[in-house]
Write a protein of this length. Sequence first.
Length: 661
Amino acid sequence: MSGKPFYVTTPIYYVNDKPHLGHAYTTVAADAKARFHRLRGEKAQMLTGTDEHGQKLEQAAREAGKDPLAFATENSQKFRELWDKLNIQVDDYIRTTEERHKRGVQELWRRVQAAGDIYKDEYEGKYCVACENFLTDLQLVDGKCPDCGRPVESVREESYFFRLSKYEQPLLEYYESHPKFIQPDTRRNEIVSFVRGGLRDLSVSRTSFQWGIPVPGDPKHVIYVWFDALSNYATAAGFGSVEGGSGLPDDTPWPADQHFIGKDILRFHSVYWPAFLLSAGVPLPGQVFSHGWWTIEGQKMSKSLGNAVDPHWLIEEYGVDAIRYFILREIPFGVDGDFSHRQLINRVNSDLANDLGNLLYRTLNMVRRYRGGKLSRSAEGPGAANEEALSGAAAGVAARYETQMEETNLQGGLRSVWELVSAANKYIDAAAPWALAKSGPEERLDSALYHAGAALRVIAAMICPVMPATADKIAAQLGLAGDWLSAPFQELLDFYAMPDGLETTVGPPLFPRIEDDTRVALEKKVAARIAGGDENGEGGGGAEKQKTDDDEAAGLITIENFRRLDLRTATVEAAENIPKSKNLLKLTVSLGDERRTIVAGVAKYFTPEKLIGRTVVIVVNLQPAKLMGVESQGMLLAAEDGGGLKLVGVEGGASPGSRIR
Ligand code: MSP
């Protein structure tokens, strides 16, 4: 096999969290897509990995009392372990702390800079640490992040900007000429109207923390974590490992054919990422496919609900392939859906145990009883009309399946396969091999069993991208050779290509039915997991944990968190404009026994004279930030009131340096 592989990627996951159902969903989908291409005889390259830089990770490591790299390494490993357990065929696993990645990111930066698309300024606005996203006041919802609902930080710091605004038209033209670049179409339309609404330049560096890749030539800046993270798709493909030219090695899999992502990170992937690449002169990926979000038992996923769908636990209870099947079968890829254990149990019992499992069992059991396990093609070939109907149905399903999988309609692909499962079961009912075994003719019995077996072989091939272990079990019971999947795709899906004389064996049920008592026990376990207790329903501190989780989800902080803020009164001793800045004033404030310089974005509302002598409130323990060349050693508090700004003060005044509690 030569030529570029089909290259599919998942987002690289943040390592401040342990892997959850949402992560498993994208990764299973990408694995299924890569396996589908391998089934078609193509090379495929599946990339996943971890996103290890940024303010969120730095904070999480600090809270865990760990060094950021050690913390990231530990958690990155948890993702790898889950992918092994989920039977994901990972071809490359990238960590953003790897050298190959850092080198590639810096090279991309240099190319974007050389294109004249990077300039230095000051960023003033809001930042959501959880989403690592810059936001304007207008974007906030009730003062909080519009995407995750968490409180945002006010940020004011020197920053490099990327000329995103310059790419408004080029992006729109690109979307127009590549109508499948963003999928599904509803998401594409959202992005097109977002870009039509106008793009603002994007801050692409931070100075208020260290944990990131240094900006080439200005190491006090670290590269914005999304510039860093998005580049992984190209750096893993070798971008930056070759000097000059395209920056890519000859055998690179770049450009990626598909980026699989969740809808929450679509803008980063379909606006920022292609704009960076256009600027750097690197080819764009083929498609960004944005899937929907899972709710859990009808509710938005939170940490406590996440326990009820912890992938490790799901695998233990239901098995890997049942989970892989359920998440891809239950909702169309691209649309939101609900994960309910009841529904999962229904699918295991009906689709997997009754329909597929039973088809295999009843077929091979009859082959054993009536033919000593040997599956022979009838000397007469297909005869009865329903045999041709079955092989015709198989051909129709195979054709539809291929298109659906190609178009990433994974649910549709599985539905098609189950049409054949159902047709094969109906065929057996109608052919009634048990009656043929009694009264013959023998050729008809052979033919009936061969047709059922042939349907199973085609079914096994088509489910293998989603349920690889089940496909292998079916093939083994049918007596196919261990390398059965290496046959050409058309042969695998060719009903009559099943070899004659296979020696079959009856194995244990593929998917045992989940009986009522097990279902009740499972429901109890789910409830206990949601409450955060152990699986016998005992609390184990669960109530308290859930409260913390819920508080976190509601954006509440603990009293300890609040006490970490050092707020004090201060007297403004001097104030002056900062040359070339419309927003900033430089203040000298007294905290009683200490003097500090504060750079405040208040010039539009106050002249320097108006501030001198005022008692103000200052955040004292904020990391210093350099703004327009002046170091600010704290932050002034003020209330936004309509279009105006009012300084926060203290009733009746207070001596400078008084602590605010
Ligand atoms: N690190 C970034 C991605 C950088 S890619 C260059 C990130 N990481 S993440 O770990 O927070 O999320 C990864 C993926 O999980 C996203 O695609 C997101 O949509 C997905 N999900 C998180 N919760 C989800 C559900 N409840 N349901 C489905 N997918 C969800 O974002």
